[in-house]
Design a protein around this ligand. Structure first.
Ligand code: ADP
Ligand code: MG
Length: 470
């Protein structure tokens, strides 16, 4: 018999070993993913806080011989407090986004994966320059990750006085990449990001000395998401225990009222009486059985309002139309934002936009050019396994909408939620959840009907013109 060797590893070591699951499989993918993680953090730090984004992306060759690239992303966002910076960039699973509020990031992993990949391939640390609006100084850091301990190691730090009114963050990383192979994807990613952020200035400098500028065309931004309390339908035993332990409420009644959405005093009393618990009990003295009864009562209670949608931030009709128009100069454009809906206690909204004719390129033979988005992130890989693709191909009878493929037709679909049901941490495709599927279908049908309306009117017009001529 051989001897088993037991040991525990840190989160940093886990993701260092299994970098593929976070999208860092090879130098080409890693370069694409690094740009993506930095740009998404930059956008989260701006539009989610009501700041019109100015984003600059620079990709440079960093070595005359080896395929090393330096990726720098600058934003005009909220900045990061200097005491937080080391953990934000040097501790895997550290985040400000573990709250109920729609953001592009959600796992507390992205930028640390890029740091780990940089350490593995070039050995160079991440460099961060940041300042908040109200600060007098700008802070500078060089950081690496201690993989065994999952802790930041600050190699250098400094600060200087602000000479002008700047706030935001500049992040630079040097990794092994493959620009030749990653080029098309990275450009597509930036282009697709710009399609849904017509309110942003985005500029990219490439190693081929190309400069691409997407200039802001509207000042309207999606309403920033607000953090919300959890809805009682989503509660479980561990969550309730954590809420009780981390809070100071003297009674179980107050625990319920303070920590959950749509639970006021009347509802809380009703729930507790149904669960057979005295409202004035000290929550820390309740037995596990009591808590379980309470949870079951909450789950089967049918008088709660549905989960609040103020934590989600749809693009909105105006932004989608402006974005599609800026990109495609179409003959016809329209968009819809569906009303909020829920799955498993999570609120979500589906939006769809359509652009037809004009400079829209010709589609494939069986479906429109499909632009998939989740929480404002473009999804570029794994199209075949995504629920949006499946709805577009299987649930929509395009000939009912006077569309025959190939057609000059772009269809944009956006799913946003406090929890998008992604199939993996690489965030490339959405799982087939029945409630989400249904809303996707309804959103697409609605914009497709508007396209049909336009095409019908156009046809009639042509017919009258013909009659006039004859
Ligand atoms: P996530 O984006 O999933 O939270 P990351 O590892 O990408 O995880 O980032 C960790 C945290 O660092 C973020 O939650 C955010 O608080 C902070 N952060 C990263 N980049 C920026 C930035 N450009 N501006 C402001 N904060 C940032
Ligand atoms: Mg991130």
């Amino acid at each position: 018999e051989t001897v088993e060797k037991y040991k525990a590893i840190s989160p940093a070591e886990f993701f260092y070993k299994y970098k593929e699951i976070a999208g860092f499989a090879n130098p080409a993918r890693a370069l694409y993913q690094t740009v993506r993680e930095l740009v998404e953090n930059a956008l989260d730090a701006t539009d989610s806080h009501g700041i019109l984004p100015d984003i600059k992306v620079v990709i440079q060759r960093a070595d005359p011989v080896q395929e090393f690239y330096r990726v720098t992303v600058e934003d005009n966002g909220i900045g990061i407090p200097p005491d937080i910076v080391p953990n934000a960039f040097g501790r895997v699973l550290f985040s400000s986004k573990y709250v109920l509020r729609q953001t592009r990031g959600m796992y507390g992993l992205g930028v640390k994966m890029a740091v780990l990949y940089g350490q593995m391939t070039t050995g160079r640390p991440i460099e961060v320059i940041t300042s908040k609006r109200e600060y007098r100084r700008i802070y500078f850091f060089k950081i690496r990750i201690d993989i065994n301990k999952n802790e930041p190691v600050v190699l250098e730090r400094g600060s200087w006085r602000k000479q002008r009114d700047w706030h935001g963050t500049i992040v630079s990383l040097t990794i092994e990449g493959d620009w030749g192979k990653a080029k098309a994807r990275i450009k597509e990613y930036i282009n697709r990001t710009a399609t849904v952020t017509p309110y942003a200035n985005i500029v990219m400098y490439t190693p081929d000395n190309e400069v691409t500028l997407y200039k802001r065309v509207i000042e309207t931004m999606p309403r920033p998401p607000k953090e919300v309390k959890p809805h009682p339908y989503g509660v479980d035993l561990e969550m309730l225990k954590m809420i009780i332990e981390s809070g100071k409420e003297p009674t179980i009644l107050e625990v319920l009222v303070e920590n959950f959405q749509s639970v006021g005093e009347v509802t809380a009393k009703d729930l507790l009486s149904k669960a057979g618990i005295d409202p004035s009990s000290n929550p820390r003295n309740l037995k596990e059985d009591d808590l379980l009864r309470l949870i079951n009562t909450m789950k089967s209670y049918n008088q709660f309002k549905p989960p609040s949608s103020s934590a989600i931030s749809p693009l909105g009709v105006e932004v989608i139309k402006a974005g599609l128009t800026r990109m495609f100069e179409p003959e016809f454009v329209d968009a819809v934002t569906r009303k909020p809906s829920t799955y498993e206690g999570h609120p979500f909204i589906v939006e769809a936009g359509i652009a037809y004719g004009g400079k829209v390129p010709l589609s494939e033979a069986d479906k429109p050019i499909l632009l998939r988005y989740a929480n404002k992130i473009p999804l570029l890989y794994d199209e075949g396994s995504d629920v949006i693709t499946s709805v577009v191909k299987e649930d929509i009878a395009w000939d009912n909408y006077m569309v025959a493929f190939p057609a000059q037709l772009v269809l944009l679909v956006h799913v946003c939620s406090t929890k998008v049901p992604f199939k993996g941490v690489g965030k490339e495709s959405i799982a087939d959840v029945p409630e989400v599927r249904r809303e996707i279908k309804l959103a697409i049908s609605e914009v497709a009907r508007r396209l049909r309306g336009y095409l019908t009117a156009k046809q009639k017009e042509l017919e009258t013109q013909r009659k006039v001529v004859h």
